[in-house]
Design a protein around this ligand. Structure first.
Ligand code: UD1
Length: 421
């Protein structure tokens, strides 16, 4: 299995092009199930999660083109030929559950495996299920699969979410585009990936208002048509590479970055003494201080600090001057990177959803492994600041969410190598 070897580097400089968002692409791709006409996505990232979604859609009847370089996804679903999303694909990636809403809307029935637990928590689907039931679906759990059907199609309804779930908002939004009448999602998630999905669906002929706010109103239409849509910038990849100069020193420009994708995160970097400036082409991040300052961080739904940047931020705070407290409010089990960072000399105490991080003068390279995507990249960031060599195993986690990770880091002066054993 491959591993990544990171050598501590000096200050970084240069530019990193930021890819299209994995999480946006994973909800835009199932939107193809809503129309007989093709959906073309440009700026799609080259990632294994995207290939997994393509594999799932192909198993349902979608023709997928343009996967070879990952940049253009032409997806066409003239007919849904199979109504089962099987466990062997769904278990690889929770976002597979995003086929449920569109399949139900287009065909009136769908059988979708429950994803099961994942490394960062139980991640149930009750909000998706309750909401689709409010729209007239009957959903039963049998043999680990959700069997969903509607008698006479989905009907518009007022759907209040008990929590602003990103995936549930996406599933309901897609389902509601073809439902009869008006659907109102209350307490909807406001993440940029949802705004991107709504913009794409509107290009396909959907009638949607209010995306980006907590109340989204959708007027169902009879059919949707094809469209071409560029995937929004990946704010999590953006934040990850912003942390590279923050932790190793130097000055890096993130091409395609926008502050409004990550306002709360940028504010925290500035509080830690990192400068963030908007440029004509993106965002410029500079760390001129010898050591960053400790800051407290609490993960929240958008526009708050994203849970998907908590592990990477923890890596930075391990090297800060003073004590930081990180609070994780979105997932119940998302500090598994802490013991790995401690193997590199970090001083962290985890208690429930809180982690106290006392900054140390110097991290030390070590063999580490991570149990999820964002935790893996936090080890690379820590390795940049560490003395000696850090060897990261289970690299397949990184391949799920970071395209060209070695060349992007090396392009700004890091010393990273992928080795096969
Ligand atoms: C999406 C992102 C993921 C990110 C997360 C939170 C994708 C493909 N993934 O995941 O990277 O970390 O948003 O920003 O876009 N919950 C329930 N019941 C439900 C649904 C969710 O209890 O029916 C809980 C989850 O267990 C979790 C919380 O709500 O604790 C947030 O989940 P949700 O917003 O749904 O995240 P995902 O859409 O799975």
């Amino acid at each position: 299995m491959d591993s990544i070897v990171v050598k501590g580097s000096g200050p970084l400089s240069g530019q990193v092009p930021i890819a299209g968002a994995k999480n946006a692409c994973l909800t835009l791709m199932p939107a193809t199930l809503l129309s007989e006409e093709p959906l073309t996505l440009t700026n799609a990232p080259r990632l294994s999660d995207i290939r997994t979604m393509a594999e799932l859609l192909a198993s349902i009847g979608t023709e997928v083109a343009g996967l070879q370089d990952g940049m253009v996804q032409a997806l066409g679903t003239k007919e849904i030929t199979n109504h089962v999303a099987h466990y062997d694909i769904v278990r690889k990636m929770r976002a597979s559950n995003l086929v449920l809403g569109p399949m139900l809307a287009r065909m009136g029935y769908a059988v979708v495996s429950l994803p099961g637990g994942c490394a960062i928590g139980a991640r149930p689907m009750d909000i998706h299920i309750d909401s689709l039931e409010k729209m007239g679906a009957k959903i039963e759990l049998k043999d680990g699969y959700l069997h969903a059907k509607t008698d006479r199609g989905l009907k518009g309804a007022v759907v209040p979410l008990r929590f602003a779930s990103v995936g549930a908002t996406e599933n309901i939004l897609m389902a509601a585009t073809l439902a009869k009448g008006t659907t109102v999602i209350e307490n909807a998630a406001k993440e940029p990936e949802i705004v991107d999905l709504a913009e794409c669906l509107r290009k396909m002929g959907a009638q949607i208002e209010g995306e980006g706010t907590s109340r989204i109103e959708i007027q169902g239409v009879d059919r949707l048509h094809g469209a071409t849509h560029p995937v929004v910038t990946d704010r999590i990849e953006l934040g990850t590479y912003m942390l590279a100069p923050a932790i190793a020193g130097g000055e890096v420009e993130l091409l395609g970055g926008r502050r409004n994708l990550l306002e709360a995160f940028c504010n925290k970097l500035e509080e830690a003494d990192i400068s963030v400036t908007e440029t004509a082409d993106g965002l410029l991040v500079k760390n001129n201080a010898a050591r960053v300052k400790a800051v407290d961080v609490k993960t929240e739904i958008f526009p708050g600090f994203p849970t998907d940047l908590q592990a990477q931020m923890m890596a930075l705070l391990c090297t800060a001057e003073g004590t930081s407290v990180l609070e994780e409010t979105i997932f119940e089990n998302r500090f598994m990177h802490a013991p790995e960072l401690m193997r590199m000399g970090a001083n962290i105490e985890v208690s429930g959803g809180m982690a106290k991080v006392v900054g140390v003068d110097q991290l030390k390279g070590a063999p580490v492994m991570a149990t999820d995507l964002r935790a893996s990249v936090s080890m690379i960031l820590a390795g940049l600041a560490a003395e000696g060599e850090t060897v990261l195993s289970r690299v397949y986690h990184l391949d799920r969410g970071y395209e060209k990770v070695v060349s992007k880091f090396n392009g700004i002066g890091a010393k990273i190598e992928r080795v096969s054993s």
